[in-house]
Design a protein around this ligand. Structure first.
Ligand code: MEV
Length: 308
């Protein structure tokens, strides 16, 4: 028997713009996806034959990275599905780590590369931010420029993404789930189509890149007021990219009553929002009162883990 797990993630700045090569910052969160595997007589996942839609990331990982016999796979997840919290990336990365542990374990850069290819193939368009966070844990800054603390570089969609480790200070973040499930692939493709025909949307992508660069500095200085302002500006630009949702807007407005700033996190279209606050209990209660499912989020030091 072998087992592997990987964390979910939260994007602090730069989602969607990162697909166009603009910088972005993400941190791993303490909710993890885990998968166990033993040789079996036919491929099963959680006691049944695989479901082509529900298990598409596991199946895509197996298609390209498994030439052994049938496996009996068992999964467990604390990361909500289609909520903008990186469940598909954690599934892809943990599955690849599990599969490679049966022969030659992949090192983190190879896992990050393979995880990105799985997401790209399933979603059609993607950046490596979610999968790299699932591999590294902690927090990362992704940029088309190479800087200090480089972890690895990944090419795709005509971009080179340089993935860097960043030290984040202890942050007090509250995540509110809308409960509206949204698929990342169609949202990312919708932004591509919008940017191709609308100059304001194209300018929004660049402006988000500037915010991520500034956000990195504000975070490093522990300047929560500035960080919050930048989160609010990032949200406005995501609205220009048409990836927000009335329920997200409602949760964000409520959270801002006691937060430095708030924005959607991940692909949007529903999913989740995040608030930076020094009154986490108040923000959590306020969000619950209007129907959100709430998580108090801590940064997760551990990236992908394999237990042989
Ligand atoms: C989704 O978590 C983040 C997006 O930027 C898509 C991606 O980077 O692949 C929306």
């Amino acid at each position: 028997m072998a087992a592997a797990s990987a964390p979910g993630k939260l994007i602090l700045f730069g989602e969607h713009a990162v697909v166009f090569g603009e910088p972005a910052i993400a941190m791993a969160v303490s909710a993890r996806f885990g998968i166990e595997g033993t040789p079996g007589s036919a491929l099963t996942i959680d006691g049944a034959p695989p479901d082509p839609e529900r298990h598409r990331y596991i199946l895509k990982a197996m298609e390209h990275h498994w030439d052994g016999g049938p496996l009996t796979l068992t999964t467990r997840s604390a990361i909500p599905d289609s909520a903008g919290l990186g469940s598909s990336a954690a599934v892809s990365v943990a599955t690849l780590a599990l599969l490679s542990s049966f022969s030659t374990p992949k090192e983190p850069p190879a896992l990050a590369e393979a995880g990105y290819r799985v997401e790209l193939q399933v979603q059609g368009r993607a950046s490596p931010i979610d999968t790299s966070t699932a591999v590294h844990g902690q927090a990362i800054f992704v940029d088309s420029r190479r800087g200090d603390d480089l972890l690895w570089s990944i090419e795709g969609l005509g971009n080179v993404w340089h993935v860097h480790h960043v030290d984040l200070p202890e942050l007090s973040l509250v995540v509110g789930e809308t409960g509206i499930h949204a698929h990342t692939g169609p949202l990312v493709d919708g932004v591509r189509r919008l940017v191709e025909r609308d100059a304001e949307a194209a300018a929004a992508v660049e402006a988000i890149g500037d915010i991520s660069r500034e956000g990195r500095l504000a975070l490093a200085e522990g300047d929560w007021v500035r960080t919050g302002e930048l989160m609010d500006r990032n949200q406005k630009l995501l609205e220009t990219l048409q990836v927000s949702h009335p329920t997200l807007d409602k949760l964000i407005a409520k959270a801002r009553e006691h937060a430095y700033g708030a924005k959607l996190t991940g692909a949007g279209g529903g999913g989740s929002m995040v608030a930076l606050t020094d009154q986490p209990e108040t923000v959590a209660d306020d969000l619950r009162a209007i129907g959100a499912h709430v998580h108090m989020v801590r940064s997760e030091p551990l990236g992908v883990q394999v237990e042989a």
